[in-house]
Design a protein around this ligand. Structure first.
Ligand code: PLP
Length: 634
């Protein structure tokens, strides 16, 4: 049983490193003098110590080809067997506790030469010529000894009670903190991480809004400049802490600015592990079980959509990329030649005027051009006007153009409106064009029995995407696109590459259905969340956001100083307060470090848009949001 926490890396200790360097320079002869000179004592060694009730612990502090510095940590009564030192010189500094050292004639456990009581502060010296020895912690409590071996000991002879003789034993460390051990540096960095993460969590409660640093003053306020030389570890950690605490806090209960917020702990855990594992998701050979995990997630989504046996999917870098993949697959389906020869016809895409800007951007990327995106006006609820869509398609056909893609939005970026997927789908079927459902924002309702009806009709769409990094609270980024017929993913994204695809079938080589070559593992964070909470847990996360939004909408709707602009079943609450221009309100609150919220526009109205996407918020947090505004303008 380990009795204390993780040890610290010796790379952090200037004293010990200096001590070790002086030992090497002095040919180790003046061990006792150097210990005094460098003031090495129990306190200096304590950060590197770890004890176990099972056996004394051997902790390597430093080593090179000539020398080894080993810390031994002893629980009460722990004892070494009688042993040799592989012909090397050995000094022992007794840093804590009282010990008994027994000296035996070389290789003879029956010839005890003498028995010594050794106390704190003493140093003893031994070679095999002098004899073999055993050490025992005789104090009533923990003990600590510092051993110097010149040269390092690789193996020694140890008396074995069972074999009743001396046997050869390879030396091993319980903990290796030496510079040469990369794990020691990593351990230290993990320590630093945990400590900084805890500082952040505490600060999120005390200061939910980080004090704003005007962009022009950043370099003056924080040491973010890079230079030829690195900085020392203490300064480095100090700088890192300042940077972490000065960064806008997107997980606090006063962040309502964006379509993400909060922090699902199990998803964070998964993402941290994904960083440690550092797989790339293109092949089974490199991704292994992580590929299986991504496929399991995709299968679950496909099942919930009832998309059928030919469906497939991938996890792109975000909602914009999911939309890109959808429009590209549509282009390739209706204009196969375009991949080789470029575009020769006028291909037209349709999306609502309220849809995300990525649709137009992507139209430029795939070569059809922004002007070939028809922005269909929305009705008074912010949903695409399907009659106008039909008219636009008809007009383009008559003009000799080629309609090929319609994007329906499931949760528009500003109002959170759901386009009428069923009706749009009928139009798409009639004209044989690809229908994509962009559910980046609120498509996670697919996981909720109560709200999944908002996606009715998606089963008939060609593709559907949603962002777990929005409603499900996973770290950025996590976006999923599924396609009814996997063939289109393969047609548009697969490429042969002998240097990459070397084992398994295409089904497990996910690079054949993704945009990127090297691809981050964005599956694990969703899997850890889903695995730990189950689908029902994810449903709760989704439902809670609508619960909070119902409260916020009621609050705004029932308060005479507010004007409400949003509609039911949306987690975006759009409002104005006391006629204050929304730009001013949002900027005032931001610049005075009160809270973070943004503004948006629908038709001629501009308004504040607060989003109840952080499911760890409570009704109290929502009340607090409004209270802060009211007090600020009281
Ligand atoms: C409806 C919609 N689609 C797509 C996106 C883009 O997603 P991402 O930010 O992951 O690129 C957003 C982002 O807010 C969105 O609201």
């Amino acid at each position: 049983m380990i009795l204390n926490e993780l040890t610290t890396s010796i790379t952090e200790s200037v004293e010990l490193n200096d001590f070790f360097d002086s030992l090497c320079e002095a040919n180790y002869e003046n061990y006792e003098g150097l210990i005094k000179e460098h003031n090495i004592n129990f306190e200096t060694l304590l950060p590197f110590a770890s004890w176990s009730s099972d056996s004394y612990q051997r902790i390597c502090l430093a080593n090179n080809d000539d020398c080894e510095l080993i810390l031994l940590c002893w629980d009460e009564g722990q004892k070494t067997p009688i042993h040799s030192h592989d012909g090397q010189k050995c000094w022992v500094y007794f840093a804590k506790g009282e010990f008994e050292e027994c000296l035996y004639a070389k290789g003879d456990k029956n010839r005890l030469l003498h028995k010594n009581r050794v106390e704190e502060g003493q140093v003893t010296f031994l070679t095999d010529e002098i004899g073999f020895h055993s050490l025992e912690n005789r104090s009533s409590g923990l003990g600590m000894t510092l051993h110097l071996y010149a040269n390092p000991i690789k193996k020694c002879q140890v008396y074995s009670e069972s074999e009743e003789d001396f046997v050869d034993k390879e030396m091993a460390f319980d903990v290796d903190l030496s510079d040469s051990n990369l794990n020691a540096v990593m351990n230290q960095d993990l320590h630093t991480f945990v400590s900084l993460a805890q500082d952040l969590l505490n600060d999120e409660i005390e200061n939910p809004v980080s004090p704003r640093i005007p962009s022009g003053e950043l370099k003056k306020a924080l040491n973010i400049g890079l230079s030829e030389e690195g900085i020392d570890e203490d300064q480095f950690v100090e700088t890192l802490k300042k940077v972490v605490l000065a960064t806008p806090k997107t997980s606090s209960n006063l962040f309502f600015n964006q379509l993400f917020g909060g922090r699902e702990s199990k998803a964070v855990l998964g993402d941290l592990l994904a960083v440690m594992l550092n797989n790339s998701m293109y092949t089974y050979k490199v991704g292994g079980v992580q590929v299986g995990i991504e496929k399991e997630i995709l299968d679950q989504v496909i099942d919930r959509l009832d998309y059928g046996p030919n469906a497939g999917g991938t996890i792109p870098t975000g909602g914009s990329m999911s939309n890109f993949m959808a429009i590209l697959m549509a282009r390739d389906k209706y204009n196969e030649a375009s991949r080789q020869t470029g575009l020769k016809t006028n291909m037209i895409a349709y999306t609502s005027a309220e849809s995300h800007y990525s649709i137009e951007k992507n139209a430029a990327f795939i070569g059809i051009g922004r002007e070939n995106v028809r922005k269909i006006p929305a009705n008074e609820l912010g949903e695409m006007n399907v009659t106008l869509l039909k008219d636009a398609i008809q007009k383009d056909i008559e003009a000799g153009h080629a309609p090929f893609f319609v994007n329906a939005t499931a949760g528009t970026t500003v109002l959170g409106a759901f386009d009428s997927i069923k009706e749009i789908n009928e139009v798409c079927k009639e004209h044989d064009v690809w229908m994509h459902v962009d559910g980046a924002y609120e498509g996670a309702v697919i996981l909720s029995e109560k709200y999944k009806h908002m996606l009715d009709g998606t089963k008939e769409a060609d593709s559907f995407s949603f962002n777990p990094h929005k409603m499900l609270g996973t770290p950025l980024t996590c976006s999923i696109i599924v396609v009814k017929d996997k063939k289109h993913l393969l047609d548009s994204f697969s490429n042969s590459a002998v240097y990459l695809y070397q084992t398994e079938e295409d089904d497990y080589n996910l690079g054949k259905t993704s945009f990127q070559c090297g691809r981050r593992n964005d599956a694990l964070k969703l899997w850890t969340l889903w695995k730990s909470k189950g689908r029902l847990g994810l449903e709760k996360i989704v439902d809670k956001q609508y619960e909070l939004s119902d409260y916020a909408r009621d609050y705004v709707g029932n308060h005479p100083d507010y004007e409400l602009y949003s509609f039911d079943n949306s987690i975006a609450i759009c409002f104005n307060y006391k006629g204050i221009p929304p730009v001013q309100l949002c900027t005032d609150l931001y610049e005075s470090d009160e809270l973070m919220v943004g503004y948006g526009k629908f038709r001629e109205n501009e308004f504040v848009r607060m989003v109840t996407i952080n499911s760890s918020n409570s009704i109290e947090d929502i009340k607090n949001f409004f209270n802060i505004i009211e007090e600020y303008y009281a």
